[in-house]
Design a protein around this ligand. Structure first.
Ligand SMILES: NC(=O)c1ccc[n+]([C@@H]2O[C@H](COP(=O)([O-])OP(=O)(O)OC[C@H]3O[C@@H](n4cnc5c(N)ncnc54)[C@H](OP(=O)(O)O)[C@@H]3O)[C@@H](O)[C@H]2O)c1
Length: 225
């Protein structure tokens, strides 16, 4: 079964529908559902910053052969010297601690079953400087570090954990970036285009089918420089 968070977001929504169409057993989570207003079957409201909610949700599913896709995330845009500590805390709580909550709650079931795939959506911003993104970059760099230890702890149990370091995609968060900045970003991408989320789907399938890939952060950015 696939468990995916953030299905009201641009990328999560695309992935959720792709997996549904391909006949996979899937359950998706959203938070406030402010993005689309559409609620699908097989979805549950969940605040990933609240561990007790996450634990209850995962225990209730009784899923087998789990692929966990951590897609929920938030961004913040402020120079560090002008940013608020509350905003910093929220970004770290959702992107880093929230991702850990899902991993923490799911691992015991994966270990019992001697199988698991954990795939987190990270970002190129964790590796490069982008002005205004200190909290977001720290949160994504955090999950890039986190998976190395978790991969070691669980490899002998048939469980892999990997991240995809996304560049810039056509859907989701990019829509909050002003048009002139979007054009500047495009000029740094070899293809001169934002990514099609189909590439994220195919990379996830590759990770699911490649058990020797573990603790890795795969760059998926169209040749961004
Ligand atoms: N789009 C890109 O180009 C890009 C690039 C690099 C990395 N990424 C990463 O890819 C992932 C998906 O991005 P996206 O563009 O699809 O983002 P998005 O459109 O902004 O969607 C974010 C999703 O996260 C959910 N969420 C926010 N706070 C939450 C919380 N406390 N608990 C549970 N869910 C919460 C939102 O739920 P509600 O709407 O229901 O509140 C929404 O479903 C993110 O982790 C992002 O950092 C995206």
């Amino acid at each position: 079964m696939i468990i995916i968070t953030g299905i009201t977001g641009g990328i999560g929504n695309f992935l959720f529908n792709k997996f549904l169409q391909s006949g996979e057993e899937i359950i998706g989570t959203y938070h406030l559902n402010k993005s689309e207003g559409k609620i699908y079957e097989n979805t549950v409201a969940l605040d990933i910053t609240d561990f007790s909610q996450v634990e209850k949700f995962i225990s209730s599913i009784k899923a087998k052969e789990i692929t966990l896709i951590n897609c929920a995330g938030v961004s913040a845009n402020a120079f560090a010297h002008k940013s608020s500590v509350e905003e910093w805390t929220n970004v770290i709580q959702v992107n880093l601690t929230g991702t850990f909550h899902l991993v923490r709650a799911t691992l015991p079931f994966m270990r019992e079953q001697n199988f698991g795939r954990i795939i987190n959506l990270s970002s190129i911003v964790s590796q490069t400087g982008v002005m205004g993104t200190s909290a977001y970059a720290a949160s994504k760099a955090g999950i890039n570090g986190m998976i190395k230890s978790i991969a070691l702890e669980n490899a002998k149990k048939g469980i892999t954990i990997n991240n995809i370091n996304l560049g810039y995609f056509k859907v989701g968060m990019i829509n909050t970036v002003p048009k002139e900045i979007q054009e500047k970003i495009k000029s740094k991408i070899a293809s001169n285009e934002f990514g099609d989320p189909e590439n994220i789907f195919s990379t996830i399938q590759y990770i699911r089918n490649t058990p020797y890939l573990n603790g890795a952060c795969l760059d998926l950015n169209g040749g961004l420089v």
